[in-house]
Design a protein around this ligand. Structure first.
Ligand code: DGP
Length: 114
């Protein structure tokens, strides 16, 4: 997608603080971190959100989760714990419409359900 900021980070057209890259996935630090570790894990292929996933994307989504686990281990937060979030659509608070998983940790967090 020509106008998608995350597609541009994936392609290298604009610079991101990339911490992981393979043929299917790119992970980079969030521009506005909310915790000591805040990494965005995205599919290289443009998928708008979880709402647009197809059955054929099941393996890719598994790879995204395994990448989250690996990056959590590398960041030293696998034992202390972390949160994975994929905001989806307007009511979900999504602001960038290229599917991404936030990996957030390194501090205690309030339960999102209150
Ligand atoms: P969401 O609101 O769930 O769609 O999350 C989008 C996140 O993307 C938000 O935490 C800020 C981050 N973000 C937006 N633009 C950029 C950018 O150009 N570079 C990086 N690294 N992060 C960005």
């Amino acid at each position: 997608m020509d106008t998608c900021i995350f597609c541009k980070i994936v392609s290298g057209e604009i610079k991101g603080d990339v911490v992981y890259r393979d043929e299917n996935i790119t992970a980079f630090r969030d521009l506005h971190p909310v915790a000591p570790t805040h990494i965005l894990i995205v599919p290289n292929r443009h998928i708008e959100s979880v709402s647009k996933l197809e059955p054929a994307d099941a393996t890719l989504m598994g790879q995204l989760l395994l990448t989250a686990r690996k990056l959590a281990e590398e960041a030293g937060i696998a034992e202390s714990g972390f949160r994975l979030i994929s905001n989806t659509g307007k009511d979900g608070g999504q602001t960038v419409f290229h599917l991404h998983i936030h990996l957030i940790g390194g501090q205690g967090m309030k339960h999102p359900m209150g």
